[in-house]
Design a protein around this ligand. Sequence first.
Ligand SMILES: [Zn+2]
Ligand SMILES: [Zn+2]
Length: 289
Amino acid sequence: MRYSCLHTHSTFCDGQDAIETLCSRAYEKGLLSLGFSSHAPVYRKTGFRTDWHIPEDRFEAYLDAVRLARLRWEGKLQVFLGLEIDYIPGCMGPGDKEYQDLGLDYRIGSVHYVIPPQGAPFTVDDSPEVFARGIREGFSHDPEALMEAYWDAVEGMIRTGGFDILGHADLIKKNNPQGRWFSLESPGYQRRIQGIAETLGASSIVVEVNTGGINRYRIPDTYPSLAMLRRLQAKHVPVIITADAHRAEDLDGHYEEARETLLQAGYTHMVLFQGSSQGRPCWREEALE
Ligand SMILES: [Zn+2]
Ligand SMILES: [Zn+2]
């Protein structure tokens, strides 16, 4: 079977490799297509200073570089122009009008930030220390409150819409090894992922099965987990395998495990991106076996 990677970071944001290096490696690996999804700039909208989003003054250069790569690789590798856009309640989200007017092939909507009741916003995939401090200072020592805030943001983003692919749906588990802070089996957690599955089932959003946590942090499974994928499958939510690659070598990292997980969850097909027409993404089904 043929794969693609639509979740790819380059040196324009926090990836290690240049656009051309990533295209060459994707071609060598036999990928059908490669989509770039740099982290959309956040500074102008939030005032957050980060080293992992595209700097505001490099944004046009990013769009141009991917468009040029698309021309250079025509006939050999399909290259797509995307963005990974943060949903930050009250500040910005992938549904904002400006992202609809950029001529992007697709948009990934992702929640990294939570806004705690007190203290500074933080990202749930930051270091274990930042995560622990966020629970302590932002959520008054209540990890369940953080978990609920995370899922509230994901739910809010899906309901707002304006994007095509849901990024790393259960990123909140990254800093929760062995259920250190909250149980993924608890009725409260299961109720949240069931709610997300139902909201997605009523949308046209595709969920990525993201191997980035396995590739980069040795977390044991994909985003989303098998348990969540089972719930998504029951609601007929389409899925695509992506690597969330931050270096060329990872462009198809652990894809076979992702495929196995999908089969275990009851999926028989994933989707492949065919490009967009009049601003709407076109997908085709690909059998997993
Ligand atoms: Zn992300
Ligand atoms: Zn990413």
